[in-house]
Design a protein around this ligand. Sequence first.
Ligand code: PLP
Length: 375
Amino acid sequence: MNLFDVYTLWDIEPVSAKGCKVWDKNGVEYLDLYGGHAVISIGHLHSHYIDKITKQIHNIGFYSNSVFNSLQTELADKLGGQSGYPDYSLFLCNSGAEANENALKLASFHTEKDKVLAFSGSFHGRTSGAVAVTNNPAIQSPFNAQHKVTFVPLNDIVAVENELKSGSYAAVIVEGIQGVAGIFEPESEFLKQLESLCKRYNAVLILDEIQSGYGRTGKFFAHQHADIRPDLITVAKGMGNGFPIGGVLISPAFEAKKGMLGTTFGGSHLACAAAIAVLDVMKAESLVENAAAVGGYLIDELSKINGIAEIRGRGLMIGVQLKPEQADLRNKLLFEEHIFTGGAKNNVMRLLPPLSISKTEATIFLQSLKKRINL
Ligand SMILES: Cc1ncc(COP(=O)(O)O)c(C=O)c1O
């Protein structure tokens, strides 16, 4: 059997990793400024993470959501405390798309409405509702295109109100910082007004923090820079440091009914052990603060480099806007400097390193970038 050929692959096979480093099958060492697409939060193979998962697999790896699982309540307690949402409740699932799918469904149940407002450039995943609120017709099949979704430009509050005032929207979904689009931030004032318009017109505000959350921008959630409290917050990526897990943080205004949401694998013992280990390490090693400090250093230093068109983002979610003649820069960094970076449309290099990256590692990246940028 062949693999269904949907991914463009680099000709590199990582076989081991530690912290912010990855080694390929030929023993070549790489610096990881990509984190496997914003997934590696506490660093590869952290000893506490290995320990927690190993101990758990020796006890019980999985049962089902029809029995009590105290690891789920421990995870919810820790996540509520560390994120600043102790009064919210948690629904556990397996991926980012599934988290958004459940958030959209909850918003529709709650308001008994079916329309959703989303933004130009958005990416929310590839399942039915999630891809329908993603602003990319190329990845929508005719089946997905049946949902009632309207897109308006990000940061255009007048366009938002023109839609919401009809009163027919169940939800507005927005990324904490748009990632796939190339690192574009909703302005703080825009988010504040969005929050109040959602209240006024009875639409649920869903913050997709799948890429921008879990400490990446120097606060637990990117929207906390704007001091708002969304109704629903979706998380995945960094939550399990590579173990598949996602979740929806749900405001107390939502009432749970038996059977309204569900999943076979979501919140398994093993997934919870991984996610608890992530939160433990984030707290013990002050990784949110590290993301703010090393991210701030990277953004300052990148801004001083001649030849870069623009730097966008916050903390360790950084977009480096390159010029057309620099299109090959990421390949040069990967194959000649052995540094992984992420990409985005329109010549953007995305930096999404583990939150544990040190200033020394960030400096190695900056030196390599300076060396390669104008070659
Ligand atoms: C903002 C955002 N939402 C949702 C998703 C989908 O997550 P997953 O690939 O885990 O389904 C992604 C993945 O890149 C994302 O960046």
